[in-house]
Design a protein around this ligand. Structure first.
Ligand code: KIV
Ligand code: ZN
Length: 536
């Protein structure tokens, strides 16, 4: 059967989702789960864009020996060098080079002529080949590019040594028929393209990324680029679980196979959601909370007599497991490891012991511990600040709130050994605490830190549920800093999350006080603009 390669870009395009950002440890945890899932290629990051991306690609390249590890690079010398360096230790590496070929991008963004773009594409593929034999080339904004010019660039890239040519629908503009026609056109006009792997990369701005990828695959693409839960720039990318299950369930139509172990889909989805903080919508195909739920009586009746009446696949096939493992204060590290393993976490001994300590502490306070709680503790541990990063810690905190009463908060922090007090009022206790914290931070360090995002979730049901707070600060240069914390007290969880975010912001400021800014930029940005990466 024809084999379709699954190229996962959760850690690169997915991580460009607004609000998503992962530290190096979290990236490695996800990469290991992607390996278990059976993806062929992991695009682990964009090494030139930030130190975090460089380190993430490097660590994943050194640690995994199953899938090919890929790093993204613009068609620029320094980008390709950074990617080559980050991938040095990979057992199988790929450099993915891109440059835009649409008139709009060339005129307005790159300010380059067609000839210059063609020359840069060739030079960059040749340069990338000096680092690895596996080079992918993408004509960015392909779906809005002049077909013949795009084919000319593709032909030149193949002749320069590209082994995969990817056709990106960068802005999610194409329709399924058009993208299929474009792929067929390339195969006809560029005979050499039949000797290399053709790939498809779709965005979901019009909600047809999966349909477009299927159409391109039928037209001859043997590689599909996608992300877990479909996360990615703007409306996201082709969703891995959807495309894989479509190919899997409808072999009668497509007659192809992938190397994906579908039973790992659900845990991978939840892992990525937990670590990025991006929730999976309830009615999301394959992995949404409601994907296998039946509300209507007629449906329930049908499913009870034969599941196939209203279900085309079984929940088991995608790895849903209905039963929760029971955890109590006497549960040992082994039980915790088991829970986390089936949720895709691969923690080291120290991290497991730390999770166990937090479970025991919560259970001692009469909290019934459920699987989701253990996962929340694992996220917290993975996301912990190192002792060097801990510039600010909480000494004391009090809050007054009530009905018909302005909430006020007082916070005492320890900043590098010095005690500082801040006060604030607000529409509620969390708002008041944020203002108290901001008062201290602006007085101490100058410049505003805006609380740009705040989320609070009860992890499990009941009034004694643990609360998971997730915040994001934004500084004046638009750098974003995430923080999250778990506590049985919602206000304390919020304050701890804000202090974590503040520590990250301050660390960033200290690191960058005397050093030049991180270089690079996200795809789709002006080549000279600053990266919009979230620092973590
Ligand atoms: O959407 C896009 O064009 C990209 C490229 C870097 C392939 O992500
Ligand atoms: Zn993309």
């Amino acid at each position: 059967m024809r084999k379709i390669k699954i190229f996962d870009t959760t850690l690169r395009d997915g991580e460009q989702s607004p609000g998503a950002s992962l530290n190096v440890e979290e990236k490695l945890v996800i990469a290991r789960q992607l390996e278990r899932l059976g993806v062929d290629i992991i695009e682990a990051g964009f090494p030139i864009s930030s130190t975090g991306d460089f380190e993430g690609v490097k660590l994943i390249a050194e640690s995994l020996d199953g899938p090919t590890i890929c790093g993204l690079a613009r068609a620029k010398k320094e980008d390709i060098e950074a990617a080559g360096k980050a991938l040095e230790k990979a057992s199988s590496s790929r450099i993915h080079v891109f440059i835009a070929t649409s008139d709009l991008h060339m005129d307005k963004k790159l300010k380059m002529s067609r000839d210059d773009v063609l020359a840069m594409a060739v030079a960059s593929v040749e340069q990338a080949r000096q680092f690895t034999d596996d080079v992918e080339f993408s004509p960015e904004d392909a779906s809005r590019s002049d077909m013949d010019f795009m084919c000319k660039v593709i032909e030149a890239a193949v002749n320069a040594g590209a082994t995969t040519i990817n056709i990106p629908d960068t802005v999610g503009y194409a329709m399924p028929g058009e993208i299929g026609d474009r792929v067929r056109y390339v195969k006809e006009k560029v005979p050499a393209a039949n000797d290399i792997v053709l790939s498809i990369h779709c965005h979901n701005d019009l909600g047809v990324a999966v349909a477009n990828s299927l159409s391109a695959m039928q037209a001859g693409c043997d590689q599909i680029e996608c992300t877990i839960n479909g996360i990615g720039e703007r409306a996201g990318n082709t969703s891995l679980e959807e495309i894989v299950m479509a190919l899997n369930m409808r072999q009668d139509v497509y007659d192809v196979e992938t190397g994906i172990n579908t039973r790992e889909l659900w845990s991978t989805s939840r892992l990525v959601s937990n670590l990025t903080g991006i929730e999976v919508q309830r009615n999301k195909a394959i992995v949404g909370e409601n994907a296998f739920a039946h509300e209507a009586g007629i449906h329930q009746h049908g499913v009870i007599s034969d599941r196939r009446t209203y279900e085309i696949m079984s929940a088991k096939e995608v790895g849903w497991h209905g039963t929760q493992l029971v955890i109590g204060k006497h549960s040992g590290v082994h039980a915790i490891e088991k829970v986390l393993e089936r949720r895709g976490y691969d923690l080291n001994r120290d991290q497991l012991h730390e999770v166990r300590a937090r479970v025991k502490d919560a259970a001692d306070r009469e909290k019934t511990i459920e699987e989701e709680d253990v996962v929340a503790f694992a996220n917290e541990v993975l996301n912990e600040l190192t002792s060097e990063e801990q510039v600010v810690s909480l000494e004391e905190f009090s809050v007054m709130t009530g009905n018909g009463f302005t909430a006020s908060a007082t916070i005492k922090l320890n900043i590098n050994g010095e005690e500082v007090i801040g006060t604030g009022t607000g529409v509620g206790p969390v708002d008041a605490s944020a203002h108290a914290l901001q008062q201290i931070l602006s007085a101490q360090f100058g410049g505003e830190l805006e609380l740009s995002d705040y989320g609070l979730k009860a992890i499990t049901g009941g009034t004694n549920a643990l609360a998971h707070a997730n915040i994001q600060f934004k500084d004046q240069a638009e750098n974003r800093f995430r923080g999250d914390a778990v506590d049985k007290d919602v206000i304390l969880a919020s304050v701890h999350a804000m202090i974590k975010g503040a520590n990250r912001a301050l660390n960033h400021r200290i690191r960058h006080a005397n050093t030049p800014q991180d270089k690079g930029g996200s795809p789709g940005q002006d080549t000279e603009s600053k990266p919009q990466k979230t620092a973590k």
